[in-house]
Every structure is written in C-alpha cells, then in structure tokens.
Design a protein around this ligand. Structure first.
Ligand SMILES: Nc1nc2c(ncn2[C@@H]2O[C@H](COP(=O)(O)OP(=O)(O)OP(=O)(O)O)[C@@H](O)[C@H]2O)c(=O)[nH]1
Ligand SMILES: [Mg+2]
Length: 324
C-alpha cells in the first residue's frame, strides 16, 4: 500500500493519504457501484450473472470486459453458493486487479543528462495543464530538474495558467506569444532544456477533439519537430483522459493512439462524476499503460497508477451517498 505523502498543515489533522482519498472519492457514487451483498447464499447461476452484468455495464465496464470480469469471478468463486459478501468482494478485487495489472507500468525517467520529453495531449478541458502542474510538483520533489513548455498557443489564458504552475513550483516555463506555432515552442523549449541540463521537459498542447483532422496533424508535427533535436523525443506521448466521460474515453484514446502512438495515459477526474470501470474497458481495449490517476485539483491529488490499489478502491462497499 502506498505511504501517506501529503504534508499536514500546522495545527490540523493530517490529510488522508492518497489511497484513503481515492477510496473516499470512489465511494461518493463514483466507484464501480456494484453491490455484492445480495449475492450471499446464491450460486453464480444465469440470473445472478445477468444482474451482475447489468451492474457492471452501468459502471462503465464495456460489454466484452464485463464477460471477462464474470469469467474471473466464476473461476474464483466456483459453482457453490457464495458464503459471504466479503468473499465475493475479494474475488471481484482480485479479478479486477488481474485485468488492470498489465497496464501498470510506471513511467521511469532516466537521469542520463538529456531531457526526457513528455508531451501532454488530449481533448479540451481533460486536465492536461493541471496534470503538468501536478507532475512538475512531483518531479521537483524527486530532485529532478524540470522545465515546462507552453505548447498551447491557442489561447492566452493557457500560457498564463502554465506560467502560474511554473511559479508555484519554481520551475522555468518556455513560452511564446499566443498564436505562435506550437511545434516551434516545443522545439525552442527542448533546445533550451538541452542547454540547461534539464531532466524532464513537460510540454503542454492545446485541447483538440480526436475527429479534428487538421488539429491531429498539428500534433503529429509537434512530435516530428521534437524528434529533430533528439530522435527519441518525445519520450512519452501521454494522453490525458477525463474519467467522467465514460465510454466516450475509449474512442478518444483509440483515435489519439492511431494518430500519434500513445505511450501512456493519465486518468483525471476520478473524483468527478465518472465510474472507475472505464479503466477496465481501456485496459482491455488498448495496450497503453496507465501512468497516473488524478482525484482532484491540487498538486497532491495525483498518484502513480497501482492496479492492486485501484481494484481495492473500486470494490469498497457502497458508502453514504453512494448508490449501489
Ligand atoms: N475534480 C478534478 N478536477 C480536475 C482534475 N484535473 C483537472 N481538473 C480541473 O479540470 C479543469 C480543466 O483542467 P485543465 O488542466 O485546464 O485542462 P486542459 O486539458 O489543459 O484544458 P484545455 O487547455 O482547455 O484543453 C480545471 O478546472 C482543473 O482544475 C481532477 O483530477 N479532478
Ligand atoms: Mg490546458
């Protein structure tokens, strides 16, 4: 289990650790929402399976993935009557962890003297700029030399927003005027990062919908231009996905993957209206690792994705305010 990392403000009780907060958030109606108590005393026969399938579908788990979850439950619970809800819960957590585990590949940033470039991409408002701010905070705390590139030149506010995160974390931000070529900003920033011995360059981009062909081409250009200075850059093409979009997140991820070849996903807003079940569908459909998950707007509301932890948080019994 992950250790508590958040600093407690003086005189206040310590802020709960990330796992506690993840559980709480998912318990506010955003978890899998699958009730298991009614299973007690019943075998996994057809009518029980049909009801379970329905619950999983409502929790954003796709059709095919639902079948895999049911298979996993069958393997673990056998043919007899289910003894108690906690056994069913443990079997479900185990099944979910098994599905999620292949996507648990934390991002490792080598300290090899050359900047590791992370390009953040995604639709409008998914949380790209905020996630950059959170990552800048995290990497700085790990002792890495961080720089930000204001590659969202589409709106002035985006540049200011990134600069504010830069100031807050005391990291330099390379920016040009609004309307500048995004690829040129990233190119300049990488050149500067190389000259200054930066370990990690976090590059923002403007939000774009996956079906806007021109804007997707612009993204391909940013990738290509970064590669001129370092053939292996960008080292990480990270899609920032809003978990509250439900099944829509899957087609977004598939189309971004097709356009640029994603290397990682950051799931945001797991506190904000979505059901965590979407991660199961994504894990099943796309061979792209989940790097980070976000459960709020603060720098500390982001952690490395951990399959076991996430599965445990998903199957917590419905709490107050959570509809089973
Ligand atoms: N509740 C919650 N809010 C989040 C999270 N991540 C980001 N947000 C909020 O979502 C809103 C949009 O975040 P941005 O980081 O500006 O999103 P963006 O993808 O950069 O947006 P564009 O630049 O407009 O495409 C902001 O109000 C953030 O504070 C999260 O994990 N949980
Ligand atoms: Mg932004």
């Amino acid at each position: 289990m992950r250790a508590m990392t958040d600093a407690a403000p003086a005189g206040k009780s310590p802020r709960p650790g990330f796992f506690e907060r993840l559980k709480q958030k998912l318990n506010q109606g955003l978890g899998l929402g699958v009730a298991l108590d009614w299973l007690v005393g019943k075998p996994l026969d057809e009518s029980v399976v049909a009801e379970l399938e329905e619950q999983l579908l409502r929790a954003d788990v796709g059709l095919k993935t639902t079948d895999r979850v049911i298979d996993g439950l069958r393997r673990r619970l056998g043919r007899g009557a289910i003894k108690d809800a906690s056994a069913a819960r443990a079997a479900l957590a185990d099944t979910l962890a098994e599905l999620l585990r292949p996507r648990q590949q934390p991002l490792v940033i080598p300290r090899n003297g050359s900047p590791f470039v992370i390009l953040m991409i995604g639709v409008n408002g998914s949380g790209k700029t905020t996630t950059i701010g959170k990552l800048a905070h995290r990497y700085r705390n790990e002792g890495l030399k961080v720089m930000l590139a204001a590659g969202d030149t589409y709106r002035a506010a985006a540049i200011e927003q990134l600069q504010a995160w830069g100031e807050r974390n005391d990291v330099p931000v390379v920016a040009q005027q609004p309307g500048a070529d995004s690829a040129a900003v990233v190119f300049d920033a990488l050149q500067s990062a190389q000259a200054r011995g930066v370990d990690v360059l976090l590059a923002d981009t403007a939000g774009r919908l996956q079906n806007q062909a021109g804007l997707m081409q612009e993204l391909v250009k940013v990738v290509r231009v970064a590669g001129r200075l370092d053939a292996s850059a960008p080292h990480e093409k990270m899609l920032v996905l809003d978990a509250s979009l439900g099944q829509n997140a899957v087609s977004q991820a598939e189309q971004f993957h097709k356009a640029v070849g994603l290397t990682g996903i950051a799931m945001t807003k797991l506190d904000g209206g979505g059901k965590g079940g979407i991660l199961l569908t994504l894990a099943d459909r796309l061979p792209v690792p989940f790097r980070y998950i976000g459960v709020g707007e603060d720098a500390a509301d982001l952690d490395v994705f951990d399959a076991e932890q996430f599965a445990q948080a998903l199957v917590q019994p419905p709490g107050p305010g959570r509809t089973p």
